[in-house]
Design a protein around this ligand. Structure first.
Ligand code: HEC
Length: 133
């Protein structure tokens, strides 16, 4: 009788160990998916190229802004306070001089004045700007 109980106990422990293994395996799966989603949501180095070719003429190569041309973007609260999607939407539209939010009276042109930029290019430049802090 005693032997039977021990066998049952061992079987139970094995069962729980098995469960634990399954649980941790299934909890790694969504984490892997999250990483995949993040890598599909913008490319910092591609964004740096977009920034250099389209945005740096007004916002300065180091994103510190140029007087009378474009606001500082490095460390901008406007950027850190919005989601990537919201910022892409902003970039598609820009901000005209008569926009109530416009502080400088200078236009931020739609897509930085470069209509060839795709929404993906804009997302790349958004993650690049966020990486500047
Ligand atoms: C022709 C000049 C010009 C170009 C090119 C340009 N911008 Fe701008 N941008 C501006 C100006 C001017 C403002 C500020 C408008 C204002 O006073 O509210 C601005 C504002 C912004 C803002 C909002 C900043 C804030 O704090 O309100 C972001 C973000 C931005 N630009 C990103 C970009 C990106 C990204 C590109 C390249 C794709 C780009 N800009 C290209 C002139 C430009």
């Amino acid at each position: 009788m005693k032997t039977m109980r021990i066998i049952a106990a061992v079987a139970l422990v094995t069962l729980f160990a098995g469960c634990g293994g399954t649980t941790s395996a299934s909890s790694t799966a969504p984490a892997t998916k999250a990483v995949a989603a993040a890598s599909g949501s913008g490319d910092v180095s591609a964004g740096a190229e977009v920034y250099k070719s389209t945005c740096s003429s007004c916002h300065a190569p180091d994103a510190s802004g140029l007087e009378g041309l474009g606001k500082p973007l490095a460390g901008s609260e406007f950027i850190s306070g919005q989601s990537n999607d919201e910022l892409v939407t902003f970039l598609k539209v820009g901000r005209g001089p008569s926009d109530a939010d416009n502080a400088s009276g200078v236009q931020m042109p739609p897509r930085g004045g470069n209509p060839a930029l795709s929404d993906d290019d804009l997302l790349d430049v958004v993650v690049y700007l966020k990486s500047l802090g």
